[in-house]
Design a binder for this molecule. Sequence first.
Ligand code: ATP
Ligand code: MG
Length: 345
Amino acid sequence: ETSTAARRSAELEEQIALRPNDFRVLTGDRPTGLLHLGHYFGTLHNRVRLQRQGVEMMVIIADYQVLTDRDLAEHLGEHVDDLVLDYLAAGIDPQTATIFTHSAVAALNQLLLPFLSLVSVSELSRNPTVKDEINHSRQAAVSGLMFTYPAHQAADILFCKANLVPVGQDQLPHLELTRTIARRFNDRYGRLLPEPDALLSPAPLLLGTDGTKMSKSRGNAITLSATADETARLIRGAKTDAQRHITYDPQSRPEVSSLVLLAALCLGRDPHDVAADIGPGGAAALKRTVTEAVNEHLAPMRERRTAFAQDRGYLRRILREGNERANAIAEATLAEVRSAMGTRY
Ligand code: ATP
Ligand code: MG
């Protein structure tokens, strides 16, 4: 599935380069803490590049989704600010990008009901990402929100008729469900919704320091806003393997290869070349290379972040304006959906 998605992503990149105006992007994140390198190289880096290529950009802060795997959404306001700061630091331009919060756009939840009617319980229950997240969740029982959140995401994407979604590999099953919902809606009620494509980056599944998916909730992440020292310490403790000679071979050496890829992405180099340069230096040399590359790549972002953090009023304004734009778009789509379904009397 991933290699098909990677091939499709390569095709899409060609089309985007030729006709950026044909695309509208929707992506987003949950406000559960600081963004990490997995988010950055999985999706955020692509968003910034697409925006610079002239693609229209919508970014959702998925606050309701915080409740999928925890009972309480704590420090939400703080986490929302942290996300906006990470976006700004990475280079998202709020002049042209619409940054908004899910809970401020009520029409999203109105779209959810008809969308839920278009999927079966068995389709929802066989979603591999949801299964994986349930296994890692601290909750005793699986909530209805956890079970249905891929359908909410379909509303988050389709409300603005986005046709391009830059995401990490874990999101592919959700994108497939969104396409299914769009297709069934169009079949049943007449053509209205696009079938959006996932756009994968060269790092669709960056591993954390323990060798599993880098994840906010697994304590294995290196955040974008960490200090240089903290970054060095975390990378020093990262899992590698028993082979001394460093090579790039994601299939047989996932932990080492993820570190090599991380350095390569920061340096703008080919991972095979980076591995060849380190070669006999072993894990210690690899970690030194990664630490330097990451810290150098992130330094300007970390500086910008500190500067933006001085002006909370600016963050409030970005969200106020983003929410206003998102609401106007969502209301218009909801009106079309209701007309198509015959529920406008
Ligand atoms: P996490 O997944 O880190 O626990 P989260 O669930 O709060 O945190 P999401 O909002 O699910 O984060 O992820 C936002 C985006 O970042 C998604 O497109 C997802 O695919 C991508 N992403 C998250 N972790 C990684 C990773 N390790 N490698 C590549 N992409 C990732
Ligand atoms: Mg996640």
